[in-house]
Design a protein around this ligand. Structure first.
Ligand code: NAD
Length: 279
């Protein structure tokens, strides 16, 4: 029987635990999110982050900047936040407008406040097996889901579809650090279906609705769906064809209610970790 991995439940547990812990402190952890422009999906994510952070008892601020903000102005905001002792975590919501160099913005964030784990110092620490100040939220959330469901990682064939700096690459490092045999696939990969069908753990982080079909999946595999795609009828769909694949997989995450809520829970986990580092 296929096990449905309910990320929402674990995420709520993590947030509840954080809320309890934060009540014991005189100071509140501070999380500041910068959002540039009017991207509707980004606005939804940022609102969710703010609401959950407030529920956990954090000081949560959102800085909304116009689409026209310059590189220099944005960097000045980050400088101010880097120097503000009330701010433990800084998150710049991606994507940024085309005239902004996102790499330079991420590099501007103090690595000890880089709650997303995207700064090269944190990404580098992750790859080298050192302890990053923070690990990218979505990949770490996925590993927590695997561990919570007692899905063995060591020695297993893990296939990650997608090689973004946000999901695919850090997830590959996390799995490799836990002794999986990791294959990273991307848009130029040949024989994608055949590679996927050898996976004990298959993670889809692509951005193509229902790309992964049942005949791509090894019977009993753990299938983790990161994708968040809007279909023509306005519904949210993952990268995995859930109806087909859930008949064959051993474990599967739903969309919504799987990986998404874990991303936010780990964001709070990371903020609390950085708060403890600063206090
Ligand atoms: P991205 O666009 O940066 O990367 C997509 C990757 O998929 C690329 O590496 C590309 O090479 C690969 N790819 C594209 N088409 C492919 C194909 N046909 N076959 C194989 N590989 C292909 O995207 P991202 O930021 O990594 O996000 C991926 C998806 O995950 C999106 O749907 C995004 O919305 C979602 N996402 C969800 C969460 C969450 O919290 N649930 C967090 C981040 C991203």
């Amino acid at each position: 029987m296929t096990v449905l991995i309910r990320g929402k439940e674990l995420a709520e547990k993590i947030v509840d635990e954080i809320e309890k812990e934060v009540k014991n402190y005189d100071k509140k952890p501070g999380l500041t999110v910068i959002i540039v422009g009017e991207n509707p999906a980004s606005k939804v994510y940022v609102n969710k982050k703010k609401k959950t952070a407030e529920k956990a008892g954090f000081n949560s601020e959102v800085i909304e900047l116009p689409e026209t903000v310059s590189q220099q102005e944005l960097e000045n905001y980050i400088d101010n936040l880097n120097n503000n002792p009330a701010v433990d975590g800084i998150l710049v919501q991606l994507p940024l407008p085309g005239h902004i160099n996102a790499y330079d913005i991420i590099e501007k964030i103090n690595p000890e406040k880089d709650v997303d784990g995207f700064h090269p110092v944190n990404a580098g620490k992750l790859v080298t097996g050192l302890n990053p100040y923070a690990v990218s939220c979505t990949p770490y959330g996925i590993v927590r889901l695997l561990e919570e469901n007692n899905i063995e990682i060591e020695g297993k064939n893990a296939v990650v579809i997608g090689r973004s700096n946000i999901v695919g690459k850090p997830l590959a490092s996390l799995l490799l650090n836990r002794n999986a045999t990791v294959t990273v696939c991307h848009s130029r990969t040949k024989n994608l279906k055949e590679i996927c069908s050898r996976a004990d753990i298959l993670v889809a982080a692509v951005g193509r609705a229902k790309l992964v079909k049942a005949d791509w999946v090894k019977p009993g595999a753990a299938v983790i769906d990161v994708g968040m795609n809007r279909t023509e009828d306005g519904k949210l769909a993952g990268d995995v064809d859930f109806d087909e694949v859930s008949e064959k997989a051993g474990y599967i995450t739903p969309v919504p209610g799987g990986v998404g809520p874990m991303t936010i829970a780990i964001l709070l986990f990371n903020t609390l970790k950085l708060f403890k580092l600063h206090n």
